[in-house]
Write a protein that binds this ligand. Structure first.
Ligand code: DAH
Length: 341
């Protein structure tokens, strides 16, 4: 009997099959009720007692090995039939989207909208630089050393070269443009600016501005006002009103700040407008002739207007966002709410 078991063990170990059907055939041959292993178990009764232990162990080993081999064959065929299934994918089916669509950052949405609005009335876009020299950020804009305006905008100086600053305003782009282009000039410059401010819901050390510049012959304050009224209506709706209050900037004379009628309460008074019905959105004015001269433009022939607005502020008003910090945290729960235009 031991020989029979041993020869079956060899058969099990060396068995090879080529089709799925053979798995079942071999299972019947070895392990079914009438199979060879089962027959050996029947014969086990006849084994003398002193050999029962040895033969029993061998027999169990044979049964386990036969079962393992059959399982192995089954796995092989299951895996290869899966492989053939995956080869027959229907390539005409629409793809399953694996990547979720992103959305544009709200500041980009608003920046693009501002650009489009001004493009429609002939303003091009000019880029500037974020690391700026003192001349372009301050001096050319009528802000000499010790001028109080330098305190108005707490500045980050580059420690290796204190002549260089992280620009505090996009007005610096005005200077580059006027130094390099001849009037008529009609351009806007969106970009990031930096100020040494403590971070809170209402202030940040980085934010974004859009600068506007219009230089030609005989430009009037009425042109400025009309341009800004057009912008306010396009951005916040046709019913929007504007008002200009006298103000001070070193590079414009006269200077003004512009308010729009509150978009939230429509002028009746709410928290956003501090119950005044108006919210400030930008600074503006007629370019100071000294600035034109600083940039090599004939101030007897040309004049113009400029304005500057904060993109965060416009975005907060448009989408009723109450905390400036949300723009820089990149929390998807916040960003997801803005669908791309
Ligand atoms: N640069 C000013 C600021 O950062 C904003 C500004 C005011 C820009 C008046 C202008 C302007 O061009 O004419 O506060």
């Amino acid at each position: 009997m031991i020989e029979k078991i041993n020869s079956l063990l060899v058969e099990v170990e060396t068995a090879v099959i080529t089709t799925k059907e053979q798995v079942e055939d071999i299972r019947i041959k070895w392990l079914s009720k009438k199979g060879e292993v089962s027959a050996l178990f029947d014969d086990f009764k006849t084994v003398p007692n002193e050999l029962k232990k040895e033969v029993g162990q061998k027999l169990n080993e044979l049964k386990t090995k036969a079962q393992e081999k059959i399982n192995l064959f089954k796995e092989q065929f299951d895996a290869s039939s899966n492989a053939t299934e995956s080869k027959s994918i229907d390539l005409t089916l629409p793809a399953t989207p694996l990547l979720q669509n992103g959305s544009r950052h709200p500041l980009s949405l608003v920046k693009n909208e501002i650009i489009e609005i001004f493009n429609r009335i002939g303003f091009t876009v000019s880029d500037g630089r974020e690391i700026e020299d003192d001349w372009h950020n301050f001096s050319a804009l009528n802000t000499p050393e010790n001028h109080p305006a330098r305190d108005m905008q707490d500045t980050f100086y580059v420690s290796l070269n204190p002549e260089m600053v992280l620009r505090t305003q996009t007005s610096s782009v005005q200077v580059h443009i006027m130094e390099n282009q001849k009037p008529p000039i009609r351009t806007i410059s969106p970009g990031r600016v930096y100020r040494n401010e403590a971070i809170s819901a209402r202030a940040h050390c980085q934010f974004h501005q859009v600068e506007g510049l219009y230089i030609d012959e005989k430009v009037s304050f009425a042109d400025l006002k009309q341009t800004l009224l057009y912008f306010a209506k396009e951005m916040f709706g046709a019913e929007t009103k504007i008002r200009l209050r006298p103000s001070y900037f070193p590079f414009t004379e006269p200077s003004a700040e512009m308010d729009i009628s509150c978009t939230i309460c429509k002028g009746s008074g709410c928290n956003i407008c501090k119950h005044s019905g108006w919210v400030e959105i930008l600074g503006c004015g007629m370019v100071d002739p000294q600035v034109l001269l600083n940039c090599g433009i004939d101030a007897t022939k040309y004049n113009g207007f400029a304005f500057g607005m904060g993109i965060e502020r416009i975005t907060m008003l448009k989408y009723q966002i109450k905390d400036l910090r949300l723009f820089f945290e990149n929390d998807v729960r916040f960003l997801k709410q803005f669908t791309s235009a």
